[in-house]
Design a binder for this molecule. Structure first.
Ligand SMILES: [Zn+2]
Length: 654
């Protein structure tokens, strides 16, 4: 989260986005849910053809897996937060009585970002309601929405926030203020998610009131002044305004969305120029998500180019092996040059969250399975392991410099941006496993789950212990025989020997890694499809420096276990009271270096051998080091990138 504008190094902390588009139906949102339109207008349909769309979240259920466990830990945390504490500063700001105990960290009564987490909370509650159908979750969200509506009524002008309007005066007058539009965006997105997932009409009305207020505020600003305003982080406000326009059919909201186009950032992208160096990362990814949504709703190719070019540049040139991006919250190098960009503060977690969100958009435009190579890698390595499995604390940075450790938020004294995006991420693991087109299902992730397609009378149940099991099994239930294509993603990491079988009979054909295996037939109840996806070891060089390499097995980054000497519990958690801190203190310890044999590049990963299950060890070195999947590392120092030391010319191992 950038404190004030793009000062590159002094970034105090975190940032991020919404749940908006992940959740909003892709074509005719409100209509497809049977919800009433306001003002008699119809929803605004997409202007582009989507080649795949996600199943509504409520039609997907997670089965036993690390993802379900993590979702439940997150659930318990969400339910432990009292609604009255989450709305306390909103009520105080609107002059309404509240005797609740204020929250701490970035939600404290004196923090300029206060209120942001309440928005994330509403998004998370909406997503969880869709995923579980549990009423208790929904009621908590409904109660908060009612309070926000009461605050809005008291303010009389549509404004709803946990800080006063004076913050926006500071913004207009080029005075320092943290990120007021960023915060407003979270709240608006939270309300939209409560409407979309829970059918909460009051939430839509609150979002519309807020959008009216934003529109009015912007009308008083000239274009140059708006460009200056956008030097302060404003999150995915444009995306939410586009979504609101799509739901309501109100073009006023999309006109306001267009005021939030930061030309110094978007114009170079439209021209395919990487001018990202020096920018704060998570300030900008949500702007591209807004551009993606604009492309969908207008068909304007400029916004396709922006989103497409940006995604490929960030993933191809500015991302680490686990899938994350950013160092010290910024892009601080030339493209493809990450040699000096490993630190304690690599990979802000919000960036992974937002890149996954953007990836979903690009996938629906093309149905290209390679987008899910990135999605899967980032989900497993940069998202799943960023929540403490015991108490749901979330990570802010994901240190990639050797010898650091995972560091987690406190329950009520952190409320970092990454707590907010984390709460959303862990609420919606079902949103990207399956997609569909008119007569096909796409299976993109290997996560135990069930998807229902009532219009087709189809239920697809996926059973797997992936990645412990190198493959998956799909069981079909069909109300009547159903002719349909099943598109099974064959990941780019698939090693030799992959195969598929239907009802125990091995298919003669298979597909290349990085493509779909399409099985088109008349499906009936009891059909079983099995997929064998062998994994292999390899090591990926850091972009721009092949002497530093990250070992991988299938989609999993393997982390070296460097022990927990001197690592106290206090060093792994943010404090419960007082000032919050977003990164571990102390110093990195431990080495991860490999002596290569003559002729080796390291990338063959001949220096690692596999043991039982997903345990690994270095081999041929002075001492053996254990490796485990990065998402499992907890409570100890680790290394992701190893230093490859080539033998001197003429060296011979004795
Ligand atoms: Zn963050």
């Amino acid at each position: 989260m950038a404190k004030h504008e793009v000062s590159r190094r002094g970034f105090l902390s975190a940032a991020a986005a919404v749940a908006g588009a992940t959740a909003l139906p892709w074509k005719a949102s409100a209509a497809s849910l049977g919800l009433q339109q306001r003002g008699g207008r119809g929803p605004m349909p997409d202007r582009i053809e989507l080649l795949a769309e996600p199943f509504p979240l409520k039609q997907v259920r997670l089965l036993d897996s690390p993802f379900l466990e993590a979702a439940q830990v997150n659930d318990a945390y969400l339910q432990s937060l009292p609604a009255e504490r989450l709305v306390h500063m909103f009520r105080v700001t609107s002059g309404l009585p509240s005797s609740a105990q204020p929250l701490g960290g970035w939600e404290s009564p004196t923090t300029e970002l206060r209120g942001h987490f309440t928005g994330h909370y509403l998004s998370s509650v909406g997503l969880r309601y869709s995923m579980t159908g549990e009423d208790a979750v929904k009621q908590q969200g409904d109660a908060i929405v009612s309070d926000l509506a009461a605050c809005q009524k008291a303010n009389r002008n549509g404004y709803v926030s946990a800080f006063p309007e004076e913050f926006f005066d500071r913004l207009a007058n080029d005075k320092a203020v943290w990120a007021p539009f960023y915060t407003l965006h979270k709240i608006m997105a939270g309300c939209l998610d409560m409407y979309t997932h829970c059918g909460n009409q009051e939430a839509l009305a609150v979002a519309e009131g807020m959008a009216d207020w934003v529109g009015h505020w912007c009308k008083g600003m000239g274009d140059d002044q708006m460009q200056r305003v956008m030097r302060t982080e404003f999150g995915g406000l444009a995306e939410s305004l586009w979504n609101l326009g799509a739901i309501t059919g109100n073009y006023g909201y999309t006109a306001t969305a267009r005021r939030f186009e930061k030309t110094t950032f978007l114009d170079p992208l439209a021209a395919h120029r990487d001018q990202l160096k020096g920018l704060h990362v998570n300030t900008h990814i949500p702007q591209v998500i807004g551009a993606a949504r604009e492309y969908e709703l207008t068909g304007n190719p400029r916004y396709h180019e922006i989103a497409h070019y940006f995604w490929h540049e960030v993933v191809g040139e500015r991302s680490y092996a686990p899938g994350g991006t950013s160092n010290g919250e910024g892009w601080d190098t030339d493209p493809g040059q990450l040699g000096h960009a490993l630190s304690r503060s690599s990979q802000e977690c919000c960036c992974g969250y937002n890149m996954l969100k953007l990836t979903r958009h690009l996938f629906t435009w093309t149905a290209d399975p390679r987008y899910f190579d990135y999605y899967e890698r980032t989900l497993w390595n940069s998202r799943l392991g960023t929540q403490h499995p015991g108490d749901s604390g979330k990570m802010y940075y994901f240190p990639l410099q050797t010898g650091w450790w995972k560091y987690f938020s406190s329950k009520t004294n952190s409320f970092w941006c990454c707590d907010g995006t984390g709460a959303e991420e862990f609420s919606k693991f079902g949103d990207s496993i399956y997609f569909r087109s008119a007569n096909a299902v796409f299976v993109n992730l290997f996560i135990p789950s069930e998807v229902r397609w009532p219009e087709k009378g189809l239920t697809l149940r996926q059973e797997t212990r992936f990645p412990d099991e190198e493959g998956t099994t799909l069981r079909i239930t069909a109300a009547q025989p159903l002719e349909m294509a099943l598109n099974l993603r064959i990941p780019s990491w698939t090693a030799a020997g992959g195969s598929a079988s239907v009802n125990g009979q091995k298919l003669e054909a298979f597909s290349n890694p990085g493509s779909y295996l399409t099985i088109r037939r008349t499906w009936k109840s009891g059909d079983v499809v099995s997929l064998k996806l062998p994994m292999a070891l390899r090591a990926e060089p850091l972009k721009g420096d092949d002497t530093q390499q990250a070992p991988m097995y299938g989609p999993l980054v393997l982390a070296a276990r460097l022990g927990s000497d001197g690592l106290s519990t206090a060093m792994q958690y943010d404090v419960d009271t007082g000032g919050t801190q977003v990164a571990p203190r102390g110093r990195p310890e431990g080495l991860a270096a490999i002596a290569l044999q003559p002729g080796e590049t390291g990338q063959e990963a001949a220096w690692i051998k596999k043991g039982q299950g997903l345990s690994f060890q270095t081999t041929g070195q002075a001492a053996a080091t254990e490796l485990v999947p990065l998402h499992q590392i907890l409570g100890e120092r680790y290394a992701v990138y190893w230093q490859m030391n080539r033998p001197a010319p003429g060296f011979r191992r004795g």
